[in-house]
Design a protein around this ligand. Structure first.
Ligand code: CA
Length: 225
């Protein structure tokens, strides 16, 4: 999941960024209205967290320019006494709002609800051979055995499973799971693949995660493998 946080209060923005990153989300942050609008309008996110009071442009200005071009879910952050803000926000097309101060878990629950709504038509359970991945409960099971994954391992497995049978290059994986431009000096993808393989393949009789030398990785069930 890719989220854009538009919030001028550095402490709040950093805290949200850290919390969501730990949950395996990919996070972009803008600290003022101009930057925020630029990112929100020109790039694709699964959800946007939008503060109302911002330097440059207000949250409402950003929401208006976003709504002219896209339907990305937006949750607005409003002041405790900002009743008008909440009404205006919903009228301008915000999907939800949170009153400051709010707990991180509350925000996370709302974000999950919004992104789930956006994906209502999508599959919530992916299957690759005897491996099943429940995207809502974030539960991975192979041959009846529950497998515990870290947030990044889960994101990596979800990506591979959504593209099962397709070869994904290291560059593509690095961009989509770590939001980084692949630097050939880092082995972050290899390390994560190795850890994932140790959990989803090593304890079982057949391999699902395959290395295609010089090309990348593919997740698929192979006959007689
Ligand atoms: Ca603010």
């Amino acid at each position: 999941m890719k989220v854009l946080i538009i919030e001028d209060e550095r402490k709040t923005a950093d805290y949200l960024c850290q919390g969501l990153t730990e949950q395996g989300w990919t996070v972009d942050v803008a600290h003022d209205g101009i930057d925020g609008q630029h990112l929100a309008v020109n790039y694709d996110f699964d959800v946007v967290v939008l503060d109302v009071m911002l330097p440059g442009l207000s949250g409402f200005d950003i929401l208006r320019s976003m709504r002219a071009v896209k339907n990305t879910p937006v949750i607005m952050l409003t002041a405790r006494d900002g009743v008008d803000d909440r009404i205006n926000g919903l009228r301008e097309g915000a999907d939800d709002y949170l009153i400051k101060p709010f707990s991180f878990l509350e925000l996370l629950a709302r974000l999950q609800a919004l992104t789930r709504r956006g994906r209502a038509q999508e599959q919530t359970l992916l299957r690759v051979g005897e491996l099943s991945i429940d995207l809502i409960r974030r539960k991975v099971v192979r041959a009846g055995q529950r497998i515990e994954l870290s947030a990044k391992e889960f994101a990596l497995l979800e990506l591979l499973a959504r593209h099962q049978g397709e070869i994904l290059t290291k560059t593509a994986i690095a961009e989509m799971v770590w939001d980084m431009n692949f630097d050939s000096n880092t082995n972050v993808v290899e390390v994560a693949i190795k850890r994932l393989r140790a959990k989803i393949d090593a304890p079982f009789t057949s391999a699902l995660l395959h290395t295609i030398r010089g090309m990348g990785y593919v997740l698929e069930e192979r006959d007689g493998a």
